[in-house]
Design a protein around this ligand. Structure first.
Ligand code: SF4
Ligand code: SF4
Length: 169
């Protein structure tokens, strides 16, 4: 099983990873339809990615709306997802703010490893995001990543405002 590892120090904040994510899934370059987020916060910069912890699935009250791909280990949102029914419990549960309600699809979107070949990894010219063995100690221990994630929590207001907008659709 593999996981995304982020080497924050090398990130230049160019956001190619976000654009690649949007293009892979929606054939458009839209920063409002991405599944990872580049934080640009002075001294701390870098992408925040899904760690496939499964908390979103645990919080989801609709059976089968979030399932796990046995091959890649990624948690996937299915067409059973209906945010109007659950008030976006997955969004509230994610510690990293990387699952959102997509207003066009009208369901949650999150990292799916692009089926096993993450486009953000391929797009980064500086090898900041790597797709590596999930059991590697390198993947599990990065204090800088933890700090970026903590700061990112403030941006989660974005996901909440998405939910409010969805109610009006
Ligand atoms: S979207 Fe968030 S809660 Fe769901 S698996 Fe990824 S990091 Fe965990
Ligand atoms: S593509 Fe690489 S350098 Fe550019 S923002 Fe993403 S992680 Fe950072």
């Amino acid at each position: 099983m593999k996981a995304l590892f982020v080497d924050q120090e090398k990130c230049t904040g160019c956001r190619r990873c976000e654009l690649a994510c949007s293009f892979f899934h929606f054939q458009t370059y839209s920063l409002s339809r991405v599944r990872l987020h580049v934080v640009r916060d002075g001294e701390i910069e870098g992408p925040i990615v899904c760690v496939q912890c499964g908390l979103c699935q645990y919080a989801c009250p609709i059976k089968g709306a979030i399932i796990r791909n046995k091959k890649t280990g990624a948690f996937l949102v299915t067409t059973k997802c209906n945010p109007k029914e659950c008030n976006g419990e997955c969004v509230n549960a994610c510690p990293y703010g990387v699952i959102h309600i997509d207003l066009k699809l009208k369901r949650a979107i999150k990292c799916d490893f692009c089926g096993g070949s993450p486009s953000c990894v391929e797009a980064c010219p500086w090898n900041v995001i790597q797709y590596i063995d999930a059991s590697s100690p390198y993947a599990l221990n990065n204090k800088r990543v933890a700090e970026v994630r903590r700061r990112w929590s403030i941006e989660r207001a974005y996901t909440k405002s998405s939910l409010e907008a969805l109610k009006k659709v």
